[in-house]
Design a protein around this ligand. Structure first.
Ligand code: 3H9
Length: 658
């Protein structure tokens, strides 16, 4: 065994140097790994007994990409392009044995090799755009040479993962080996000795029509609003057909280095590490999750059927409950409808659908929940209904079963108090549509036992959700921050801005929809009902904007009603002079003096309002860290990830500390 560095070692087998990267947890390409790889290739080239080389990863990952932790500092030598040039230019054959995920710089290593063999579980991606950057070591130039420009645009500008089978079909890998990958790669490397080596950089880019390229770019960029990196990725892939390899590589590198230091990249890196931090929940080190195989869901409406569908996707057996046969049948139909959509989009096949339906029972007898390990209620958000339900469930489910409420606004501690075992109760606040939205607020009630919380997190992970732990407060994290945002948006109306100006300012910032468009989409009646409930206890000295109340009184309840803050001729949002007149009337009735409000002021005030509410949540101990709030707003409320979330944006706005 030869140690080329602390993280790269080599063994010679059958005159082939097997170079293994062993840098837990994901074999990221740290300076030490790059140094080791370069030394290994030089050793292979210089050693007479070695006829070829194989590069592979230790463990279940090939290479997880550049070491993201090094991105804060200037690149250290040897930089990855130097290492890859050494691999590609080697006189002796180099084969990549892709044993698992090959991501970013990891896939670029494989692309520089002369042949690529993948294990069946490998996944290949250039996910750099998700970090606000583009591949910086030849990915935008070598990949189109292997698979053509349209396919390369699709992969690089979206960052999506291609499973091994697709990578084979596209031509990224040369074959899939289900048996002993290393042995197969060593044999393959030997078979290349004395042959003319296929160097990716020397391949001519396959011609593609302008229409095909434009179509691929249009599709890939459709969801990249406001983001720089996906556009740059498209530009660079196009360049592969227009400029010599070396020249285009230099342009790629320049772009990579500029983007790496950009605000968007800093924000997206923050999001990446925020997601990893969110998984670490204080006080759960010794808690072991309970085994969950059967999930009961009470209520098969829109929310309940979404929850059921994602539980079925995750392999659970599900018992769905509705009070009448008719409602149970309708619930089942709704779930089948969601599965049909997944079937049509190719996400599941017919066998997958049949398997999911086999695991589903839709019943009227609550008693059948005695078989459930976890019951999630998704019934009407009313305290009396929910407490009564929990009282009943408490008498039906096994003593070790867990009860979860999906309430959005009610006090889960009050719901838990209806049971004899409040320690087995927690909140699982799903977002609608529950089978699509990644966010899940996991509510730790006053009495929730640590292993119950740990189970909630384990279930969330299996459901492929992003769980954020939160304490009990009205509206939890997201709705509380959103309420502050709503309140400030309404203040802005009184101060002189109009809904369309506020929405346009926030959409220019990167939100898919401004606040008033969102209110209309969600419907105005729930917030109206809440305001009416709160009227008696509202502080008479607190600023209160009554424009929305007047709007609701005229039947303008949002998009479903055809009118709200906007009108919707042909379903499209249009400014309504009636709303403008109403706003002006309410301002006049209060005797307010209005002024011109700039778009910058709108953005600054709305962001500050969110950050201030986030600060309150932190100081009340409702949430463990500011970055958790960012993740909630990004994944549940459409805050642009490339701005890092409201807490991150507020910190950035303060500028560098002295
Ligand atoms: C790039 O390659 C640019 C090049 O083109 C340019 C070259 C010049 N670096 O996610 P997990 C840590 S850009 C450093 O929980 P999983 C992570 O923080 C890069 N650290 O595991 C966590 O640490 P901790 C392109 C990394 O099994 C631990 O590993 N690559 C990196 O669920 C476990 O992570 C990507 O964007 C990294 N690259 O998933 C891939 N990756 O325990 C990003 C992970 O201290 N990574 N860590 O919290 C992933 O997608 C997933 O981590 C992966 C494993 C699928 C690999």
């Amino acid at each position: 065994m030869i140690a080329f560095s602390d993280t790269v070692r080599g063994t010679v087998s059958n005159n082939v140097l097997l170079i293994e990267i062993d840098h837990a947890p994901v074999n990221a390409l740290s300076t030490d790994v790059r140094r080791g790889l370069l030394a290994a290739v030089a050793h292979g080239e210089a050693t007479g007994d070695v006829v070829a080389m194989v590069v592979t990863g230790a463990g279940t990952i090939f290479i997880g990409g550049a070491d993201i932790r090094e991105f804060g500092a200037p690149p250290a030598e040897p930089v990855l392009p130097t290492v890859l040039a050494a691999i590609e230019d080697a006189r002796k054959p180099v084969v990549a044995a892709i044993n698992g995920a090959a991501l970013g710089g990891g896939l670029e290593v494989a692309l520089a090799a002369h042949r690529r063999i993948a294990g069946p579980a490998a996944g290949l991606a250039l996910p750099e755009v998700k970090l606000g950057i583009i591949p910086g070591a030849g990915g935008t130039q070598r990949l189109p040479r292997l698979i053509g420009i349209p396919a390369a645009i699709d992969l690089i500008a979206t960052g999506r993962m291609a499973p091994a089978s697709e990578a084979l079909q596209l031509g990224i890998v040369d074959r899939i080996e289900s048996g002993d990958l290393r042995a197969a790669a060593i044999a393959e490397a030997r078979s290349l000795v004395g042959t003319s080596l296929r160097r990716s950089g020397a391949i001519d880019v396959a011609p593609a029509t302008a229409e095909a390229i434009d179509a691929a770019a249009g599709k890939a960029l459709a969801r990249a609003r406001g983001q720089t990196a996906p556009r740059e990725a498209v530009r660079l892939v196009r360049l592969s057909a227009e400029r010599p390899f070396a020249e285009a590589l230099a342009e790629e590198r320049r772009t990579f280095l500029a983007l790496r230091d950009s605000e968007q990249a800093a924000a997206l890196r923050h999001v990446f590490f925020a997601e990893r931090a969110a998984a670490k929940v204080p006080g759960l080190d010794d808690a072991r999750p309970r085994k969950i195989e059967t999930i009961g869901v009470v209520g098969l409406g829109l929310m309940g059927s979404g929850i059921v569908t994602c539980a079925l996707d995750a392999g659970y057996a599900v018992i769905g409950i509705e009070p009448t046969e008719d409602a149970a049948a309708k619930g089942r139909e709704r779930i089948e409808g969601l599965l049909d959509r997944a079937l049509q989009s190719g996400r599941i096949d017919a066998a997958g659908k049949a398997d999911r339906l086999r695991r589903l029972t839709a019943r009227t007898e609550m008693q059948s929940l005695d078989a459930a390990d976890l019951v999630i209620e998704a019934v009407f958000d009313d305290l009396a209904i929910k407490t009564e339900l929990f009282l009943r469930l408490d008498g039906i489910v096994r003593p070790d079963a867990i009860l979860a409420t999906n309430t959005s606004y009610l006090d889960p501690d009050a719901i838990a108090a209806a049971t004899a075992r409040p320690e087995r109760v927690l909140g699982l606040h799903f977002f609608s549509p529950a089978n699509v939205m990644r966010l899940l607020e996991v509510v730790r009630c006053a009495r929730t036992a640590p292993d119950v919380l740990a189970t909630g997190l384990a279930v969330a992970k299996r459901l492929r959700k992003l769980p954020i732990v939160c304490g009990v407060t009205e509206g939890f994290i997201g709705n509380r921050v959103f309420s502050a945002y709503r309140r400030e948006a309404e203040f802005l109306l009184e101060d002189g801005a109009l809904p369309q100006q506020i929405d346009a300012a926030m959409e220019a910032y990167g939100l898919a929809m401004g606040p008033f468009a969102v209110f209309d989409l969600a419907g105005l009646e729930i917030a109206w009902a809440r305001r009416k409930r709160q009227a008696a206890t509202r502080d008479p000295n607190a600023r209160y904007v009554d424009i929305a109340d007047h709007l609701c009184e005229t039947g303008r309840l949002g998009m479903k009603a055809g009118r709200g803050w906007y009108r919707y001729p042909d379903g499209k949002r249009a400014v309504d002079p009636e709303v403008t007149a109403l706003i002006e009337r309410r301002r006049a009735a209060k005797g307010l003096v209005t002024r011109t409000i700039s778009d910058d002021e709108i953005r600054q005030r709305l962001l500050a309002a969110m950050a201030a509410e986030g600060g309150a949540l932190l100081s009340e101990g409702i949430v463990a860290r500011a970055s958790d709030i960012d993740l909630v707003m990004i994944n549940g409320y459409g805050f642009p990830a490339h701005k890092g979330g409201p807490m991150f944006a507020a910190e950035q706005a303060k500028g560098p500390r002295a």
